[in-house]
Write a protein that binds this ligand. Structure first.
Ligand code: UDP
Length: 325
């Protein structure tokens, strides 16, 4: 029987889409999640669920004793940038120590393959765009620092212990499963696309546009929105490449979309007006973040299927109208 894959944080947004994709493609997935932010309902049929917190070293050891894992896909982390600034202890403890505990259990069981959920937040303020993997990494918040530190830990563990690792640096994850079975569900929600859709539904107050005086074509911030199902595919490809490649890859579309363009696209998709309010800039928001993902194309043979922001928003809207959790 095929060895299972461990997916930490597999009940979360990107983790659950990846678990679903891997399961649909015949992998046996074990999902370890503490359900602090994850959703039990997001675990795909066919995957095994284990309630485990990465702070619990004994539970991790037991987990690796119970299953003969072939590899790990590691999503489990706190990911609120603003909270990481006000409560860095929470982020260093959970993200960094949690990962060290995971690596300890992996190496103890002889599991040496890991695909990791990293982020464009490891780059900090861009010195040039599109951002490639060689761009200097100077994260400007503790969240980004934890993710960068983990990338560095992997490089040292590779040299010392033969760890095989691929860190996938996502730009702005967006959208939902094409069949709307799962999608984005954060509490609190802070991300632009779900907030725009909730404002359109009249569920929340008008969307606040954080700054209209940036040095961008329409004055609002530009981001690279990458569909969550394209991210899921990249994780599968990365798992297959762990034998021949170690390192970091950007996952992005290469296309920058402004806040106003996101709102206009959401209005076109929904056929409804989005109430907006102009608000001051949000601290720590660079004007433009978009990436070159040529390296992922070259190494993984990966190509995003969703290149139109409207199509990405359409999947988010279908999910938003009929959310299951
Ligand atoms: N944004 C906004 N209003 C909101 C939430 C976000 O104008 O209520 C902007 C934010 O300033 C950024 C972009 O939308 O330029 C994407 O923000 P999000 O929080 O979705 O992702 P981030 O880029 O912070 O990872």
């Amino acid at each position: 029987m095929a060895q299972p894959i461990l997916i930490t944080g597999g009940a979360g947004y990107i983790g659950s889409h990846t678990a679903r994709h891997l399961t649909a493609n015949g992998a046996k997935c074990v999902i370890a999640d503490n359900l602090v932010y994850g959703h039990r309902e997001a675990v795909p049929i066919g995957a095994v669920f284990e309630l485990v917190d990465l702070a619990d070293r004994a539970a991790l050891k037991a987990l690796f004793g119970k299953y003969n894992f072939a590899a790990v896909v590691h999503f489990a982390a706190f990911a609120y940038v603003g909270e990481s600034v006000t409560d860095p202890q929470k982020y260093y403890a959970n993200n960094l120590i949690g990962t060290l505990n995971l690596l300890e259990a992996m190496l103890g069981a002889g599991v040496k393959k890991i695909v990791f959920s990293s982020t464009c937040a490891t780059y900090g303020e861009p010195q040039y765009t599109p951002i490639d993997e060689a761009h200097p990494q100077h994260p400007i918040n503790p969240y980004g620092v934890t993710k960068l530190a983990i990338e560095r830990v992997f490089a040292d563990y590779e040299k010392a212990y033969g760890l095989r690792h691929i860190s996938l640096r996502y730009f702005n994850a967006a959208g939902a499963a094409a069949d709307s079975a799962i999608g984005e569900s954060h509490t609190p929600e802070t991300h632009l696309i779900p907030l725009v859709l909730k404002a359109i539904k009249g569920e929340t107050p008008p969307i606040k546009i954080f700054g209209t005086d940036y040095d961008t074509p329409d004055g609002t911030c530009v981001r690279d929105y990458i569909h969550v199902e394209d991210l899921a595919v990249a994780h599968q490809l990365a798992l297959e490449k762990l034998g021949s490649f170690c390192g970091c890859l950007n996952l992005a579309t290469g296309v920058g979309t402004s806040v106003r363009e996101v709102i206009a696209a959401a209005e076109a998709v929904t056929g409804k007006r989005c109430p907006v309010e102009i608000a001051p800039r949000r601290a720590g928001d660079p004007a433009k973040l978009y990436a070159a993902a040529d390296k992922a194309r070259e190494i993984l043979g990966w190509q995003p299927r969703y290149t139109e922001i409207k199509e990405t928003i359409r999947t988010a809207w279908n999910w938003e109208q009929n959310r299951k959790f």
